[in-house]
Design a protein around this ligand. Structure first.
Ligand code: FES
Length: 139
């Protein structure tokens, strides 16, 4: 599933112009470094192009995304441990959804709405309860 939510303010973001790395901290898998290649964005059709969710799904990181990446749930909640300042600003709609997220921190973002600009590497923690153990089939 993918697409945009017509009922929310659209997020503004700048896409990276050079490769950078996101190290995902995944319960049960440890640290998984992923190289983000600007020319491959968007990787898929779920979440904002180049978002943390877009990158995660393309690299088999099991991040939940119950609403399909349209800012209508909080299951893609991640904690950006390093590099939060390289991400776009959260919209009010994202903040509203995040308030519903379990284990909210000041470093929390919705993976489908947070788009890093590539100016620095990121470390992103996937909360234990947001690990999607179901592998989606390739379409
Ligand atoms: S997948 Fe639902 S808000 Fe990100």
């Amino acid at each position: 599933m993918g697409g945009t939510n017509p009922y929310i303010e659209s997020a503004e973001f700048a896409l990276p112009t050079k490769p950078y790395t996101i190290t995902f901290k995944v319960p049960g898998q440890g640290d998984v470094p992923v190289s983000v290649e600007p020319e491959k964005i968007p990787y898929g059709r779920t979440g904002q192009p180049g978002s943390i969710l877009d990158v995660a799904l393309a690299h088999d990181i099991g991040l939940d995304h119950a609403c399909g990446g349209v800012c209508a749930c909080s299951t893609c909640h991640v904690i950006v441990r390093e590099g939060l300042d390289a991400c776009n600003e959260a919209t009010e709609d994202e903040e509203d959804q995040l308030e519903q997220a379990r284990g909210l921190t000041i470093h929390s973002r919705l993976g489908c709405q947070a788009v890093p600009d590539g100016s620095r590497d990121l470390v992103v923690e996937v909360p234990e309860w947001n690990v999607n153990l179901v592998r989606e089939a390739d379409h």
